[in-house]
Design a protein around this ligand. Structure first.
Ligand code: DC
Length: 240
């Protein structure tokens, strides 16, 4: 946990972490936020919550009226409860529901819709005003927070990313194979990289870290060193 002196030094700073699925963004962003006493913002959870609403309400998003209805009724909150990050739609907790296979299958379509992106980027920027934030996603260093104090781009080889995702599924008691996860991940990579608005892209000033050969502790250490160096104005070459 961060002490009071650290909190003061880094007050109001923004750390943006981007990268493809399975690169370790969520785990690392959570750890960095905890170490520095920052708020953690999972922008992917917002896209997932939006896809969940579209599924629940059976909305065909090619219809402009449906899109409008979706955004007008977008009552999603990301909060910390009993030390855990939770997602609510109105009074309903949807933390687990937004990780379902049905949501994962729909979310690329939702995330490619320019009106939805514009809306969610505006919501995400409001969260940034609340203080020191670590946010993670695909476009946080390029679109959401182009003036972030620190930008990190995490990457890893496809096989490693698919393996990590497979192990997560198995830990959750879900049945899957490496082949299935590789296929799903390639599809999501293509969707993320090729959409017209807010594609997954390295910001030119991002520090790129390949996590293929690194464990969670090693990545956390590297990212933390880069963050501290950049936030105190020093060059951050050691993180590459
Ligand atoms: O990080 P994740 O797998 O929970 O993200 C869910 C989906 O949302 C994924 O298809 C990419 C998309 N996404 C996005 O387009 N922009 C972001 N800033 C974050 C996620």
């Amino acid at each position: 946990m961060a002490d009071a002196r650290v909190l003061k030094i880094y007050a109001g700073k923004v750390i943006a972490i981007d990268g493809p699925a399975g690169s370790g963004k969520s785990t690392i962003a959570r750890r960095i936020a905890a170490a520095l006493g920052f708020t953690y913002l999972d922008t992917g959870a917002m896209y997932r919550a939006t896809a969940w609403i579209a599924n629940e309400k059976k909305l065909d998003l090619t219809d402009q009226d449906n899109l409008h209805q979706l955004l007008v009724g977008w009552d999603v909150r990301l909060i910390v409860e009993e030390g855990k990050n939770k997602v609510y739609f109105g009074e309903e907790e949807i933390t687990e529901a937004i990780r379902s296979a049905a949501v994962t299958a729909r979310v690329s379509e939702v995330a490619a819709e320019p009106i939805i992106r514009e809306f969610l980027v505006a919501v995400q920027r409001k969260y940034l005003k609340s203080g020191s934030v670590v946010l993670e996603g695909r476009d946080t260093g390029t679109v959401v927070a182009p003036r972030a104090d620190v930008k990190i781009y995490l990457d890893a080889e496809m096989k490693t990313r698919a393996m990590r995702r497979m192990l997560e599924y198995i830990q959750d008691g879900k049945d899957t194979t490496l082949e299935e996860q590789t296929k799903k991940m390639s599809y999501r990579d293509q969707q993320d990289l090729n959409r017209a608005v807010g594609p997954l892209k390295k910001a030119p000033d991002a520090v790129v870290i390949d996590t293929t050969e690194l464990n969670i502790e090693e990545v956390t250490d590297k990212v933390l060193r880069v963050c501290k160096a950049r936030m105190s104005g020093a060059k951050a070459g050691s993180g590459k």
